[in-house]
Design a protein around this ligand. Structure first.
Ligand code: UDP
Length: 482
């Protein structure tokens, strides 16, 4: 039983570490800093080791009874999907089936709730919460620029008849940086398939939220934040109130696995800012040809590195999305012959999953070659680490462009990203790595990264803009307790 004077909030992420991690941080922050009681609803799928490690760690049991993790029973979706089902369709079907059978009764059992916080893709919850009179907030796990695009998509869908990829010019999102057609997310590149229909459905429901949380802070994207709050287009939707409450990023893993400890011990022995960290999110997979080029590019760069590798695949750029990182297996089977021997001492190869936040925090880490998932971006910024962008899936190409053009924290490779883009060659990879690790560009970016780190810290501290935004909402919840 819990204190009935505390707001009781339920939090519901969709599957995928990129959603679970930030929503779990929100849950912890509500408990630790804002005196709330939180029920974290976990949609169980092919739950990965990483997911279990996160949600069942002793560090979070310490927070109970303020924070309880409730597993929604697994659902059988085998009749509704096939091998070919694309990532957002699969995710949406898992969420749909899981919420249909369990959400209402779970919410009723929880008793009086002041709010449910969901991510972008749990929008079936809106109807259920409306029926139960529970205010529902959306937690946006990506940029303001993408949120603006999302709010504009239903209009674009009505006004444009052809495929968006056939448009001759960039998409003019009201008062925001135009979205280049080549940066358009995978889910909007073919309007005839289910994946686009799911995207459109979820995004058209954004206005149903009582409020929208953004996992960033006022000074990261001031232009887009101003647009979304003040431009008539967003006002007339109407857009729910926007609360910038981040960056909420993953905390250190306690306890560490043995492999994590080895990785950090190796970093301890390397010079300051000398190591390039390469990791492609929870889902990112490369083709065999691309992995070969990356490995050779690393060798050519002659820099120290940590490479998180997964078994290559030619069918998907997000091959390990539903089981974070995939299975641990033997990298010698798919890295160039002799690679491990030749790079021994200067490089560390880690199969499938690394303690990313701890690596980025380490003073030996000098740059991050990333797929530009939003959490990875925030983690890099808050540790003052510049990035090389290797966008692969979802909205990552848009993120990369935004970071290059508006934030100045990132360099892009000359080609590549995603399956359709062709292979980025080893010379280009080697050149960009050297430029960031040794060149002046790297120094400028590192300086910029450290400025951003300071501004993020300020926003999060007691009295900072993000702290205050979240407090304001919690005050509202407190006032709502009947
Ligand atoms: N992550 C990790 N180790 C890995 C790969 C990823 O700890 O080897 C974590 C990373 O720190 C981040 C999350 O998984 O918090 C990935 O989220 P992101 O938004 O960057 O990408 P997504 O997986 O959603 O594409």
């Amino acid at each position: 039983e819990y204190d009935t004077m505390k707001p009781h909030v339920a939090v519901l992420p969709s599957p995928g570490m990129g959603h679970i991690i930030p929503l779990f941080e929100l849950a912890k922050s509500l408990v630790v800093h804002h005196n709330c009681h939180v029920s974290f609803l976990n949609i169980t799928t092919e739950a990965s080791a990483a997911q279990t490690h996160l949600l069942r760690s002793p560090a979070c049991t310490v927070l109970s009874p303020g924070l309880q993790v409730i597993d929604l029973p697994p659902v059988d979706i085998s009749a509704l999907v096939s091998e070919e089902t694309l990532v957002l369709t699969r995710l949406s079907i898992i969420v749909q089936e899981s919420l249909k059978s369990d959400l209402k009764s779970v919410l009723i059992d929880l008793g009086e709730l002041q709010a449910l916080v969901i991510d972008f893709f749990c929008t079936q919850a809106f109807e259920i919460c409306r029926e139960l009179s529970i205010p529902t907030y959306t937690f946006c796990t990506t940029s303001t620029a993408f949120l603006c695009f999302s709010l504009y998509l239903p209009t674009l869908d009505r006004e444009v008849e052809c495929e968006f990829v056939d448009l001759l010019e960039s998409i003019q999102v009201p008062d925001c940086a135009p979205v280049r057609i080549e940066d358009l997310l995978d889910q909007a590149r073919n309007r005839k398939i289910d994946e686009y229909k799911w995207l459109l459905l979820h995004l058209s429901r954004l206005p149903m939220a009582t409020g929208i949380f953004l996992n960033l802070w006022e000074d990261l994207e001031p232009k887009s934040l101003k647009a979304i709050r003040e431009h008539s287009f967003y006002k007339q939707i109407p857009t729910p109130p926007i609360h910038a409450i981040g960056p909420l990023i993953k905390q250190d893993e306690v306890p560490m696995t043995e492999r994590d400890a080895e990785c950090l011990a190796w970093l301890d022995k390397q010079p300051l800012d000398s190591v390039l960290f390469i990791a492609l999110g929870s889902g990112g997979t490369l083709t065999a040809a691309q992995l070969t080029e990356l490995a050779w590019g690393l060798e050519l760069s002659r820099q120290r590195f940590i490479l998180v590798v997964r078994k290559p695949t030619n069918t998907s750029a997000s091959g390990t999305f539903f089981n974070a990182g995939g299975d641990v297996n033997d990298p010698t089977a798919y890295l160039p012959e002799g690679f491990l021997e030749r790079t021994k001492g200067v490089g560390l190869v880690i199969p499938s999953w690394a303690p990313q936040v701890m690596v980025l925090r380490h003073s030996s880490t000098g740059a991050f070659l990333s797929h530009c998932g939003w959490n990875s971006i925030l983690e890099s910024i808050t540790h003052g680490v510049p990035m090389i962008a290797w966008p692969l899936y979802a909205e990552q190409r848009m993120n990369a462009t935004m970071l290059v053009e508006e934030v100045g924290l990132v360099v892009k490779l000359a080609a590549g990203g995603g399956l359709e883009k062709g292979v980025v060659e080893r010379e280009e990879i080697g050149r960009v790595i050297r430029m960031v690790m040794e060149g002046n560009e790297g120094k400028v970016m590192r300086h910029r990264a450290r400025e951003l780190k300071d501004s993020a810290e300020k926003a999060l501290n007691f009295g900072g803009s993000s702290y205050k935004s979240l407090s304001c909402v919690v005050q509202q919840w407190k006032a709502d307790i009947s």
